[in-house]
Ligand binder design. Structure first.
Ligand code: G3H
Ligand code: 13P
Ligand code: ZN
Length: 331
């Protein structure tokens, strides 16, 4: 069942984070739904309530043009039929103004992200405000971004690093004037597989300062992949050449969630799972050329990965409470 992002945030705020996972193709979509229902091996397995979670499917502009945006919509609609127990929202990831309007008009999306964080503060507010007006008319919520995520490298001076973090006072003004429903904040993370080379990590003091000024307002953490060593090692053991880096430690997800980080964006880790499984299959079965030989173990591994991620986010086991709350019954 597709629900609004707002409904999921209301249930999760301050207790756990909702995983927001990007999709690009069929296998990823099936693995995602299975994982959020605690079904490791097949669609037909019974749902495991202790491992089931509400979730957000994210579609980036790149994903929309990789195949055709209509394929993704059809995949999600079909998954909704195949997995009727699932409760999820559909979100545009890193939208431009034009793509936000396209998603809003489509009537398919629960929420859109307008990413005007590279614009000036005033322009970011003005652009976000325009998107908010169009989205709210259709009951769609809007995520905006303030502050700059970037490569947080050891050789960047602390002051430069801090200059990129979201300013708490600006965040209050931004939320008030733009009318956005959630805010992506720069709190030390960056996109991709190469996040931290040393002891950097989340700036909890900054998250706390933002929450103090915006209590109850959902914050979003982009660049939340943890770049697990296990997957990097498997990729490299199968011929890959990924450098030794790290991401956001999974143990940091829940403490961040308690401070209002209600949506945690994860894409890179899923790509690592895809890469490892496919490399291993090609290494171990050089005479095989059936795409299903890699597709099957990938769907299973991706499902297991999602279930584990949800455990770290605290969303695993929350699905029935969300269902009860949404149908007006006390959980
Ligand atoms: O933040 C970016 C997401 O990882 C989506 O990546 O634009 O390559 O689909 P993409
Ligand atoms: P990662 O690159 O850390 O997975 O972040 C994904 C993201 O923020 C999508 O918006
Ligand atoms: Zn992002």
């Amino acid at each position: 069942m597709i629900v609004t992002t707002k409904e999921l945030f209301t249930q999760a705020y301050g207790k756990y984070a909702v995983g927001a996972y990007n999709i690009n193709n069929l296998e990823q979509t099936i693995g995602l739904f299975r994982g959020n229902l605690g079904k490791a091996g097949s669609n037909d397995e019974p749902t495991n309530p202790a491992k089931s979670a509400p979730f957000i499917i994210q579609i980036s502009r790149g994903a929309r043009s990789y195949s055709d945006k209509r394929f993704l919509e059809a995949l999600i609609r079909t998954a909704e039929d195949v997995f009727p127990e699932a409760i999820f929202a559909v979100h545009l990831d890193h939208g431009t103004e034009e793509v936000c309007y396209d998603c809003i008009e489509s009537g398919f999306y629960s929420s859109v992200m307008i990413d005007a964080s590279h614009e000036s503060f005033e322009d970011n507010i003005a652009i976000t405000r325009r998107v908010v007006e169009r989205a709210h008319e259709r009951g769609i919520s809007v995520e905006a971004e303030l502050g700059m995520l970037g490569g947080v490298e050891e050789d960047i001076e602390v002051s430069a690093e801090h200059a990129c973090l979201t300013d708490p006072d600006q965040a209050v003004e931004f939320v008030e004037r733009s009318g956005c429903d959630s805010l992506a904040v720069a709190i030390g993370t960056s996109h991709g597989a190469y996040k931290f080379t040393g002891n950097q990590g989340l700036h909890f003091d900054r998250i706390q300062a933002i929450q103090d000024l915006l209590p109850g307002f959902p914050l979003v953490m982009h660049g939340s992949s943890s770049v697990p060593k296990e997957w990097v090692e498997r990729i490299n053991a199968a011929g890959g050449q990924l450098p030794n880096t790290s991401g956001v430690p999974e143990k940091d997800y829940l403490p961040a969630a308690k401070l209002g980080v209600t949506k945690v964006n994860i894409d890179t880790d899923g790509r690592l799972v895809w890469c490892a499984i496919h490399r291993e299959v090609f290494r171990d079965k050089p005479a095989d050329f059936d795409l299903r030989t890699a597709g099957k173990p990938f769907m299973a591994a991706y499902a297991e990965f999602i279930t584990k991620k949800n455990e770290a986010l605290g969303s695993a086991g929350q699905l029935e409470a969300v269902r009860a709350a949404l149908s007006g019954v006390n959980a």
